[in-house]
Design a binder for this molecule. Sequence first.
Ligand code: ADP
Ligand code: XUL
Length: 529
Amino acid sequence: MAFYLGLDCSTQGMTAIVIHVDGQTRRVVAERSLNFDRDFPEFGTTSGVHRDGLRVTSSPLMWADALDRVMGIVAREPEVNPAEIKAVSGSGQQHGSVYLGATAPTVLASLDPRQPLGRQLQGVFSRAESPVWMDESTTTQCRAIEDALGGPLALAELTGSRAFERFTGPQIRRFAEDDPAGYGATRRIHLVSSFLCSLLAGADAPIDPGDGSGMNLMDIRTRRWSPQALAATAAGLEQKLPALRDSWTVASSLSRYWRERYGFGDVRAVAWSGDNPCSLVGAGLIREGAIGISLGTSDTLFGSMREPRIDPSCASHVFGSPAGGYMSLVCFRNGSLARERVRDDHGMDWAAFSQSLRETPAGNGGAIMLPWFEPEITPSVLKPGVRRFNLDPSDASANIRAVIEAQMMAMSIHSGWMGGRVQRIRATGGASANPEILQVMADVFDAEVVASTSRGAAVNTACLGAALRAFHADRLAAGEEMPWEEVVAGFTESTTEVRVLPIPQHVAVYRELKTQYAARERDAMGTSG
Ligand code: ADP
Ligand code: XUL
């Protein structure tokens, strides 16, 4: 009998899930979330970030404060005995980087349990703000890195992705160019995931291949830092990066700060991973074949892969899977925030939004929207601007249908390279609680869609995946090699599942509309970029 803790530091908030495993009796005993804008107003974020043109950052101190607060909440949960938690792991928004100066190791190793964490970390950062995945300001650096390594396809073959603005390597290169003194004063560059794990461990934690492959720095096949990629990024980088280790590595045990401050016992602190890699586990997609679509701040489509296969158009990514092997991923930046924008523009709530989707016809009478409210990752659009075709901007219900159809058609078109017919999609993320959105997904992909909800909200699969990874790593460290099917059993096949089947007439409509959408996208790409 044991408890395992999963944490998730996403774009908009921090979540904790505690699972309880007693033989075959398995259940989630606690799930608690903090929202950055609402619960940490002193950091002045909007949807968890600070925006300045193409630059988008967040505060590593805010993440630390949120970690401290959520750990306190977990320790006070009525169904959880903190002294019986065996292991903790976590999931972080991918690509974001944290820059620590020379004092960090001593400060992390000697945190005072009587003082709040954030106050003790004030002086440890060599860069106050962390660039996050929404940052699009590094196009020059991307091209320079690709040129140095033989072009986009060569870089994708080496690291799993061509250079993307939000990836950590281009972000590091820009920092080194813009602020050589700040870069020089940096002793360690962490990802959001490895930074938070380091705070739990009280020492530098490793980066796992799931999150390490979102940097343009890791050789995707050997799972080691690539000397060529490091050299193409910034001088002296190797010494500043933590070690790359398997996702199930126990970094250390939970440091004295957490044990004394909140009453945790001897807890294994397991390497964290990225939110999409953790979602793969939390959605139970551990074998090649099934795909997941996460409708969160970003929309992502992902699935397991046995061997790394590169998208010939270089629009998608290959990441390491935290269950071993690989995963493919396509990321769209105009996800939940675009849906919210349309909803708010027409003064609606989610219930009215869904009602409107129920009342409008599949195909929207031929109206099409390219939903680039903000710069887009897939396809790459740096100058945002929504395009509407046969679509009146003031027509609320047509615009609601148009944004959802656009998002689903773009996902279907840009994942075509993965091959094979998609038969079943596991939907996750905040908007997967909305069955009308899932119906459009099922119709566009001509596939059954399943989603897990609990008390009307979507289950946070990234956070659940982190808790399951803690369970797996703990058992492995105790000498028990548990197959992944057994690890996820009882958690990822929920009884409260929503199932949505495609409607054949709608499938036929979208088959035709997708061709038109792809043509509109191609035309628009010729005039933006
Ligand atoms: P992230 O993990 O990226 O921070 P989540 O997966 O938690 O994001 O999703 C949060 C988003 O879910 C909110 O921004 C909101 O737009 C969306 N959401 C919540 N409920 C609904 C709903 N019923 N219909 C559509 N979207 C919803
Ligand atoms: C994936 C990506 C986002 C972030 C935030 O490549 O950029 O999905 O992980 O969720």
